[in-house]
Design a protein around this ligand. Structure first.
Ligand SMILES: NC(=O)c1ccc[n+]([C@@H]2O[C@H](COP(=O)([O-])OP(=O)(O)OC[C@H]3O[C@@H](n4cnc5c(N)ncnc54)[C@H](O)[C@@H]3O)[C@@H](O)[C@H]2O)c1
Ligand SMILES: [Zn+2]
Length: 367
C-alpha cells in the first residue's frame, strides 16, 4: 500500500506528497521532477543522520559524488540563523547553484531550517522534504512554512517555500522515541477536533494499533492528516483566514512551551492548550460539559498531559499577549463548536483564560 496526494496552490498543481513504507520510490520521484543532474545537500540533524542519511543517499539514485550531508545538532536550540548561515556557507563552498537541491531529512526543526535555507539561497532553490518525526509527517512538512526562531521569539523569521516534493517513509517512525511519537499525536488529534469528527472517532477506535505503530494504521492516519492540512493550505496558503484554525491549542500551548523553557515538547503543550481551549469553548456555551470532558480525557490514552504543574497563570496570559500572532483587536482564539468544527473567536477574555488555566494547572490536592 502507498499513496500520493497532489497539492495545488492557487489552483496550480504544486507538489506531491508521496507516502510509502521505504525509500524505494524516491529515485523515481526525483526523476519525475527532472532533478537527476543536480547536486543535493541532505540537511539533517546529528540524531537522524547516522540512522538515515546513507539510506537516503543510496535511494536518490543519482551519482553519489554530487550528494553532500550537512548535519547540525538536533533540537529546537539549533533553529536559528547561525545554523542557516552554516548551511548556506556549506552550499557556497560546494558550489551549489540555482538548479541544485536541498533535502530536508528530519523532524520539524530540520524541515523549517533547511526549507528556509533553500528559500533564500540564491533567492530560492528546490527543497524536498523527507520528514522523519510524526509531527513533521503530519504537519510541518506540508504547507510551505519555513523559518527559524530569533532569540526567544519562535518562528520569527521565515519564508513561505513550497517543497518540490514531500516524501514520507512511515517506517522511520520505528526509531522515533515514544515521547516524541505521542507528542506528534496531539497534532493528529487536532485535525479530528477542528475539522473531521469522523476521523476523531476513527483515532479512538484505532488506539491499540496506534500504540503498536501498526503499518496500515500509520499510513492511513498520516495520509488523512496530510489531506486535512492540504485542504486548509490550498484554501488559504498565506494564512489570511481558515489556516488559523490549525492554531487550535497553540495560543496557550505556545505560552506554556515558552514558560517552561521548552522542557515540555511542543505536542505536549498543544495537548494542554487544546484542553484549555475546549474548556473555554464549554464555558462560552459552544460545547456541552460532557463533550468537554470527553475531549480532555482522550489525550490521556495517547500519553499526553492534561494538566501541568509549576506554572503561573498570570505569566502564561502575559506570554499569550506577546505571541506574534496576537492582533490589536484581541487574541485570535480557536474554539470548538463540536468535535470536528472549529471557529475563530476574538472575544476570549483574560478572565476566561485564567479560569481555563486553573483547570489545567495541577495542584497537590489532585484538582
Ligand atoms: N513549518 C510548519 O508548518 C511547522 C508546523 C508545526 C511545527 N513546526 C516546527 O517543528 C518543530 C518541531 O518538530 P519535531 O517535533 O519534529 O522536532 P525535531 O525536529 O526536534 O525532532 C524531534 C526529535 O526527534 C528526532 N528524530 C526525528 N525523526 C527521528 C526518527 N525517525 N528516528 C529517531 N529520531 C528522530 C530528532 O533528531 C529530534 O531529536 C518546531 O520547531 C516547530 O516550530 C513547523
Ligand atoms: Zn503545532
Amino acid at each position: 500500500m502507498s499513496s500520493v496526494l497532489n497539492v495545488s496552490v492557487n489552483k496550480k498543481p504544486a507538489y506531491d506528497i508521496v507516502i510509502e513504507r521505504d525509500f524505494d520510490k524516491l529515485a523515481g520521484e526525483i526523476e519525475k521532477l527532472g532533478l537527476t543532474e543536480r547536486k543535493f545537500m541532505i540537511v539533517t540533524d546529528d540524531i537522524v543522520s547516522p540512522i538515515y542519511a546513507d539510506k537516503v543517499k543510496t535511494a536518490l539514485g543519482v551519482d553519489e559524488a554530487g550528494i553532500f550531508v550537512h548535519a547540525f545538532k538536533a533540537g529546537e536550540k539549533s533553529k536559528n540563523m547561525d545554523t542557516v548561515i552554516d548551511i548556506l556557507k556549506d552550499m557556497t563552498d560546494k558550489k551549489f547553484n540555482r538548479k541544485d537541491v536541498v533535502i530536508a531529512l528530519g523532524g520539524g526543526v530540520v524541515g523549517d531550517v533547511a526549507g528556509f535555507a533553500a528559500a533564500i539561497y540564491m533567492r530560492g532553490i528546490a527543497v524536498i522534504q523527507i520528514p522523519t518525526s510524526l509531527l513533521a509527517q503530519v504537519d510541518s512538512s506540508v504547507g510551505g512554512k519555513t523559518g527559524v526562531d530569533l532569540d526567544e521569539y519562535k518562528n520569527m523569521v521565515g519564508a513561505f517555500k513550497m517543497p518540490a516534493l514531500v516524501y514520507i517513509n512511515t517506517s522511520v517512525l520505528s526509531t522515533l522515541d515514544a515521547r516524541q511519537y505521542y507528542a506528534g499525536m496531539a497534532e493528529v488529534m487536532k485535525y479530528g477536533l477542528i475539522m473531521d469528527g469522523a476521523f476523531y472517532e476513527w483515532l479512538l477506535g484505532k488506539m491499540y494499533e496506534i500504540h503498536d505503530k501498526d503499518a496500515d494504521t500509520l499510513e492511513e492516519m498520516i495520509e488523512h492528516c496530510c489531506a486535512c492540512k492540504q485542504r486548509i493550505v490550498e484554501r488559504d496558503p498565506l494564512e489570511q483566514g481558515d489556516r488559523a484554525l490549525l492554531n487550535f491549542g497553540h495560543t496557550i500551548g505556545h505560552a506554556i512551551e515558552k514558560y517552561k523553557g521548552f522542557s515540555l515538547l511542543h505536542g505536549e503543550c498543544v495537548a494542554l492548550g487544546s484542553v484549555a481551549a475546549a474548556y473555554i469553548s464549554w464555558k462560552k456555551d459552544r460545547l456541552s460539559m460532557d463533550e468537554y470532558y470527553e475531549i480532555r480525557d482522550m489525550f490521556v490514552p495517547f500519553n499526553l498531559p492534561i494538566s501541568v504543574d509549576d506554572v503561573d497563570p498570570e505569566e502564561i496570559i502575559k506570554l499569550t499577549r506577546s505571541d506574534k500572532k496576537a492582533e490589536s483587536d484581541g487574541i485570535k482564539f480557536i474554539l470548538l463548536k463540536k468535535v470536528g468544527k472549529a471557529v475563530i473567536d476574538k472575544s476570549v477574555t483574560e478572565k476566561e483564560m485564567f479560569e481555563a488555566l486553573n483547570e489545567i494547572i495541577f495542584t497537590e490536592d489532585g484538582e
